[in-house]
Design a protein around this ligand. Structure first.
Ligand SMILES: [Zn+2]
Length: 368
């Protein structure tokens, strides 16, 4: 009996040692994950700004690897023939991959002078909300491209759009706003290391510096700010850091002023890398409930139209892009993004979870 009791005591002692050792190692690893080496798979992610028009055999596995879902963001662009959209492709893709993708519809100002413009748009949006739209995107053609019949560029705070905002407020549908362009669009682009050099080289029609008829950056941003202020119950997500990506202080000013304003960072990581990492880190810390992850990545051709080698390369590039962006926000490693060099932000896991997932899930009211 005594022998048994001794054995029992010994066993208890042994298990105490094991438990205390275990808790020590657990404690150590959780301290480490506060700052560095967070497992990129354990952080859930939503890419709130994606453009995957077509299915890819590799996408489900790649998105699962990154623990990621995406919002397929439609854009309305007009040419001489009419308005072009990708809505139908996105609906097909989201239906085929309902665990991966959600939908965002879009709005353009063409036809704004017609008396039933707002009514017609609302009817269309009702249908698209039924089809799954959780957000509506307005693009830079408001402010920079589309004119009304009087020849004036239509700004986003135009009174004729008001019934549409009221409808979206009632339905609790937020708006993604890509209004204006980065400030560099209004400046000469001589430096190939400018993060926006390749884009304006490819799309000179949006390089406002060369088109003096396009309203100024200040005019467009002021109209955008008026619109946010005039619709305090409408939730607005400023795409591309609200077109103020060159200076996080300008973004901070708007986030302070407008409680209904949020931002996402798609295609503007180069501008962030170009700023002081301590300043950007403080920005992410202060506004940790208002900044979301977005990429602007996507595809524009069907899988059948590209070779298996191209497909493999596409997958590898996408994986490398996700890893590079992760490296910037989650580690303090060196990074080169769009010609800009710096070290990463090394954000704590609590902020990474909000930036990559929770803020978008709350904003779009996604089932979790
Ligand atoms: Zn986009």
């Amino acid at each position: 009996m005594i022998y048994f009791k001794r054995n029992l005591l010994f066993l208890l002692f042994l298990s105490f040692i094991i438990i205390s050792c275990k808790s020590k190692t657990e404690k150590k690893s959780s301290t480490e994950t506060e700052e560095f080496s967070v497992d990129q798979q354990s952080v859930k992610k939503i890419d709130i700004h994606a453009h995957y028009n077509y299915e890819r055999d590799y996408l489900p596995a790649l998105f699962n690897k990154w623990n990621m879902q995406g919002i397929l963001v439609d854009v309305s662009i007009a040419d001489s023939v009419g308005v072009n959209r990708n809505w139908n492709e996105y609906v097909v893709h989201a239906k085929a991959q309902p665990d991966l993708f959600f939908l965002c519809s879009s709005l353009i100002g063409n036809g704004i002078d017609e008396l039933d413009f707002a009514e017609k748009q609302i009817e269309r949006l009702k249908v698209e909300i039924k089809e799954g739209a959780r957000m509506v995107k307005v693009w830079k053609n408001f402010g920079m491209v589309t004119k009304d019949t009087s020849g004036k560029f239509i700004q986003i705070d135009d009174e004729r759009l008001k019934p549409i905002w009221n409808f979206l407020k009632e339905r609790n549908i937020p708006v993604m706003s890509h209004i204006g362009e980065p400030i560099q669009a209004w400046r000469p682009l001589d430096d190939p290391n400018n993060p926006h050099y390749p884009y304006y080289n490819d799309a000179p029609e949006y390089h406002a510096y060369k088109h003096p008829e396009i309203p100024t950056y200040e005019t467009i941003i002021t109209a955008r700010d008026n619109w946010i202020a005039n619709n305090p119950e409408l939730k607005i997500l400023g795409a591309h850091l609200g077109s103020m990506s060159h200076d996080v202080s300008m973004v901070a000013e708007r986030l302070d002023k407008f409680p209904n304003f949020y931002v996402e960072a798609a295609a503007r990581f180069g501008d962030l890398v170009g700023q002081d990492s301590e300043k950007v880190k403080a920005f992410f810390e202060k506004y940790q409930d208002r900044i979301m992850f977005g990429t602007d990545y996507g595809n524009y051709t069907s899988q059948q139209s590209i070779s298996s080698e191209e497909l493999k390369l596409e997958e590898q590039n996408l994986d490398a892009d996700f890893l590079r962006l992760w490296g910037y926000v989650a580690t303090k490693d060196s990074i080169v993004e769009r010609g800009q060099k710096n070290i990463g932000l090394g954000l704590p896991v609590k902020i990474l979870n909000k930036f990559y997932y929770q803020n978008a899930a709350d904003f779009l009211k996604l089932e979790q």
